[in-house]
Design a protein around this ligand. Structure first.
Ligand SMILES: C[S@@+](CC[C@H](N)C(=O)[O-])C[C@H]1O[C@@H](n2cnc3c(N)ncnc32)[C@H](O)[C@@H]1O
Length: 280
């Protein structure tokens, strides 16, 4: 184990590299956190000094895959099923019926939902369960439910769809049997619900990837943009705006707002909640 520590100047360079490629913003209080992650990568790569590591990350032949390896270590992945329940109620009982009704009238039986920053998948399966429960006729619609994240290790868990007690603590009991198979300490999402989801790697800070995202009726990006600064947050929210259909809804976390960074969305009260809608 080497003992060389990231200096303040190297910490600054590392933060700029992370910000440029991932959009994530770290302040000085995070120096010990990043030092530990860098040390871990140095051990894995048998590198002697943080300076060698920064060279590899910035200019190495595999700098992109190294940034991915670092991303897997530095993202915050806290999540669980049915998180921020009241907001999900607004989705289930106000927004979803409105969009479905509007589409039925247009003779357009397709529904497209994107869960951006899905971590290990709990939020995406939550949305899949809600759609199936509230709108059973979805089985006859063309339904596209996409879950994306930058963290490859979390996506492996999302693909497996197996969760422990902590992830399951908020699942309404009546949904347990219908959507999960229980083993000793785990719950596995049933194939019928699992099959609604497509799970993919996507970096929200990658302009080329983001420009391809189009025609969504709903975008969930909850508890993700808190790790971005206003500039990178605005870039992501502008992409979301372009990716939504007119009349489509954007759900952010409770503590997050787009008010300061974009005036393009219309703030609407839906049920007990305020949500962002792309005007028609
Ligand atoms: C705290 S979790 C939120 C999970 C879920 N949305 C929820 O509310 O329960 C934040 C997620 O955002 C992802 N994330 C952070 N930066 C990202 C980026 N640039 N592109 C895509 N995902 C990112 C992280 O990997 C992490 O899984």
């Amino acid at each position: 184990m080497n003992s060389a520590q990231l200096t303040l100047e190297q910490f600054g360079r590392l933060c700029r590299l992370i910000y440029d490629r991932l959009g994530l913003s770290f302040d000085d209080k995070k120096i010990d956190f990043l030092r530990k992650r860098v040390n871990k990568r140095m051990v894995s790569l048998s590198l002697e000094t943080p300076s060698d590591y920064l060279m590899r990350l910035a200019y190495g032949e595999n700098s992109e895959s190294e940034m991915q390896a670092l991303a897997n270590l530095i993202t915050t992945n806290e999540t669980y099923m049915f998180r921020e329940y009241e907001q999900l109620e607004a989705f289930a009982h106000a927004c979803l019926p409105e969009v479905i009704d509007c589409k039925e009238k247009q003779g357009n039986r397709s529904l497209r939902i994107w869960i951006a920053g899905c971590s290990s998948g709990e939020e995406a399966y939550t949305v899949a369960i809600i759609v199936r429960e509230v709108f059973p006729a979805i089985a006859t619609w063309d339904m596209h439910l996409l879950a994306t994240d930058i963290d490859e290790q979390r996506l492996v868990i999302a693909m497996a769809g197996v969760y422990d007690k902590r992830s399951m603590k908020n699942v309404p009991p009546e949904y347990l049997d219908r959507h999960f198979t229980q083993s000793v300490a785990n719950w596995r999402i049933k194939p019928r619900t699992r099959s609604l989801l497509t799970i993919e790697h996507l970096n929200l800070h990658d302009r080329a990837q983001m420009r391809q995202m189009r025609s969504y009726d709903f975008i969930f990006c909850r508890n993700v943009l808190i790790y971005f600064d206003d500039t990178s947050r605005k870039a992501v929210v502008d992409h979301f705006y372009n990716a939504l259909n007119p009349g489509g809804f954007l759900f952010l976390g409770h503590s997050e707002s787009v008010g300061r960074i974009s005036s393009a969305f219309r703030l609407r009260r839906m049920g007990e909640h305020l949500v962002y809608m792309k005007p028609e």
